[in-house]
Design a protein around this ligand. Structure first.
Ligand SMILES: NC(=O)c1ccc[n+]([C@@H]2O[C@H](COP(=O)([O-])OP(=O)(O)OC[C@H]3O[C@@H](n4cnc5c(N)ncnc54)[C@H](OP(=O)(O)O)[C@@H]3O)[C@@H](O)[C@H]2O)c1
Length: 307
C-alpha cells in the first residue's frame, strides 16, 4: 500500500472511521467522499468519481447496516442499497484499474444452522436467518462479484467476513442499533434516570462474539497488505460470551447498579454465533483489545458522541 491512493468507502461509518484512523498511520494518500457529493447507489456519480480519482486500493466499508429490527422491517432498502453499492463500487474499481479491493461481508451470510464455529466454506450450504435474508443475499452477491472478477479478470479483490463489531462511531438509534450500542445506551439512560430494572430481550443464554472496531480496522489493513486469495477470511476474536454475561459487563462499565432481567418472550435468535478464525490466525493476525477494555472505550466514545 506504500505511497498508494487508498479509498475508504463509508468513512463516516463505524468501520470506515476506524479504517481512516488506522490508515493515518500508513504512508498512503487517503481518499474519502461524503454521501452528499457521491451517493454510492448512483451509478453515474460513482463511475464519474472513480474515473477522475482512480484509487489504487479500495476498502468497501459502505453499506446499509442495522440490527434485527432495521433488517427485518426495511427489507427492500437493505437488499436494494447493498446490491447497488457493491455492484457500483466493485465494477468502477475494476474499470478504473484498481490494484486491490476489499469487500466487507458479514457473519450473517452463513446459514442459520451452519455448524459452529462458522467456517468460511459453510457459505451457501443451507437456508439463511429469515430476518436478515435480504441483507445477507446482497452481501453474498457482493462476495460472488469479487470472486467472479478475480476469476474472469484476474483482479486482486478479496472478501472478509467480520463478526459483530462495536466501538467508536457505533449507531445508538433506539430501534435500529446493534446489541452492544443498544445495551450501552439503555444502561446509561437507566443509570441517569435512576431506573431500578433494565429488561434485556430474550433469555440471555445465546452466545455471541464481539470485536472492537479498531481491531477490525487493523485486521483489514493487515489482510490488504498480505492476503491475495480467493477464499473468504473471517475476522473475529474466536471467543464468545452469553448475552447475560455481556449485559452484566456493560452494566458494570456504565456504572448501572440496578437489576437486569430477561424477557424470554422475545426472540433469542440462533443459540450460538461464533466465527472460526483459524484462517485469519494462520495469516498472522489476532485481536488485541480485551472485551473489558473494548466496552470501556465504547462507553467513553458513547459519552463524547452523545454530547
Ligand atoms: N457493524 C457491525 O457489527 C458489522 C458486522 C459485520 C459486518 N459489517 C460490515 O461492515 C461494513 C461497515 O459497517 P458499519 O457498521 O461501519 O456501518 P455504518 O456505521 O452504518 O456505516 C456505513 C457507511 O456507509 C455509508 N453509506 C451507506 N449508504 C451509502 C450511500 N448510498 N452512499 C454513500 N455512502 C453510503 C454511510 O454513510 P452515511 O454516514 O452518509 O450514512 C456510512 O458512512 C458494512 O459492509 C457492514 O456490512 C458490520
Amino acid at each position: 500500500m506504500k505511497g498508494k491512493t487508498v479509498f475508504v468507502a463509508g468513512h463516516r461509518g463505524m468501520v470506515g472511521g476506524a479504517l481512516v484512523r488506522r490508515l493515518e498511520q500508513e504512508d498512503v494518500r487517503l481518499l474519502t467522499i461524503g454521501r452528499s457529493e457521491v451517493d454510492l447507489c448512483d451509478q453515474a456519480a460513482v463511475f464519474g468519481w472513480f474515473a477522475k480519482q482512480r484509487p489504487q486500493v479500495v476498502f468497501l466499508a459502505a453499506a446499509k447496516v442495522g440490527g434485527i429490527v432495521a433488517n427485518n422491517t426495511l427489507r427492500a432498502e437493505f437488499i436494494y442499497d447493498n446490491l447497488i453499492i457493491a455492484a457500483n463500487v466493485i465494477h468502477a474499481a475494476h474499470v478504473n484499474g484498481a490494484e486491490k479491493l476489499m469487500f466487507l461481508g458479514s457473519s450473517c451470510i452463513y446459514p442459520k444452522l451452519a455448524p459452529q464455529p462458522l467456517r468460511e466454506d459453510s457459505m451457501l450450504t443451507g437456508p439463511l436467518e429469515p430476518t436478515n435474508e435480504p441483507y445477507a443475499i446482497a452481501k453474498i452477491a457482493g462476495i460472488k462479484m469479487v470472486e467472479a472478477y478475480r476469476s474472469q479478470y484476474g483482479s486482486d479483490f478479496i472478501n472478509v467476513m467480520p463478526t459483530n463489531l462495536y466501538g467508536r462511531g457505533d449507531n445508538y438509534h433506539p430501534e435500529y442499533s446493534h446489541v452492544v450500542a443498544a445495551l450501552i445506551r439503555r444502561f446509561h439512560e437507566a443509570k441517569v434516570a435512576g431506573v431500578g430494572n433494565v429488561v434485556v430481550w430474550g433469555t440471555g443464554t445465546p452466545r455471541r462474539e464481539f470485536l472492537y472496531v479498531d481491531d477490525m480496522a487493523d485486521a483489514c489493513v493487515h489482510l490488504m497488505k498480505s492476503y491475495s486469495g480467493d477464499e473468504l477470511v473471517n475476522i473475529g476474536t474466536g471467543e464468545d460470551i452469553t448475552i447475560a454475561e455481556f449485559a452484566r459487563a456493560v452494566a458494570a462499565t456504565v456504572g448501572y447498579t440496578g437489576q437486569i432481567s430477561f424477557d424470554a418472550s422475545k426472540p433469542d435468535g440462533t443459540p450460538r454465533k461464533l466465527l472460526d478464525v483459524s484462517r485469519l490466525t494462520k495469516l498472522g493476525w489476532r485481536a488485541r483489545t480485551t472485551l473489558e477494555d473494548g466496552i470501556r472505550l465504547a462507553y467513553q466514545a458513547y459519552l463524547s458522541e452523545s454530547k
